[in-house]
Design a protein around this ligand. Sequence first.
Ligand code: UD1
Length: 336
Amino acid sequence: MKKILVTGGLGYIGSHTVVELQSAGYDVVVIDNLDNSTEEVKERIVSISGRSIDLVIGDVNDQTIMNRIFKEYDFYGVVHFAAYKAVGESVDNPIKYYENNVSGLITLLGAMERHGVQNLIFSSSCTVYGIAEDLPVTEDTPIKSAESPYGTTKIIGEEIIQDYAKHKNIKTILLRYFNPVGAHPSAQIGELPNGVPSNLVPYITQTAAGIREQLVIHGNDYNTSDGTCIRDYIHVVDLAKAHVKAMTFADKMTSSVDIFNVGTGDGSTVLEVVQAFEERCNMRLNYRIGPRRDGDVEQIFADTQKINDVLQWQTEYDLHDMMYHAWMWQKSISRK
Ligand code: UD1
């Protein structure tokens, strides 16, 4: 059975990807420093997939641990999630972001090189496109300088991999995620935001659960159908499955690096998301319109033709499913 190392495998996207890798027949080893997750997630993954995981609690920045793991296991490939992702926090504490997101990647690549592991899937983000001139964005849309240190770490990460791949024998797939939301339909795993969420969907579900009083919509004077920003929301399980497709594709790659957008191809406004939540969950949400949020992009959504054609990947869930699963997950954690 092919063994995959998943860094940050107890995190939001990581945990869903571990489930899908296991369902596809891969053996999974997780390294996670529990910075933005808990050990209990492991048991939940096991209860969904019925398969065990080897868990190493540690940091990808720790060379000693990384060398030990790479010596102990014969990995077929690595899926690298371990990174910080809060845009606002990255503005306040850029060094923390560069240290974790950039140094972590370098340490990982060093270990992969020393131990001859070739296949890597890297979590990138649509944030690399900045304010795109033409929509939808394709993988050839030019990269813009980022609005936040978080975004810069994703651009630097992509560049490090591109440079590295020119001279080393690796097969890397950069997946540029749009806006991952929702949770596993079992409601056993999902997003666990630290403190007050800055992302839209956890804020919606926490407001519905009575943890937050009111959702503030950041601006309704944008040049969109209802004035609120447009994003391409993608169900986290569909996103997780894209990683499995990418891992399968790695062997067939003719170039050393390939890039795929992972979105649905459809843009939704903030008000459309709120409406989908209200309709699907049969609730009224307390919200008001507030001022614009600094650094927000007016609209972005993906051209998904490349991933549809080359990886033979399609989404299965729509916006209503995303809202329903996010709400089921919120209810399951609110009960505790
Ligand atoms: C951004 C990044 C994304 C990154 C993510 C990590 C871009 C285009 N996207 O997502 O790459 O992975 O942060 O956190 O840079 N909103 C409200 N009220 C709220 C919260 C959000 O109205 O309380 C609105 C925002 O203004 C935005 C939309 O909801 O229009 C989505 O916001 P959010 O969930 O924070 O994601 P992005 O900012 O798109």
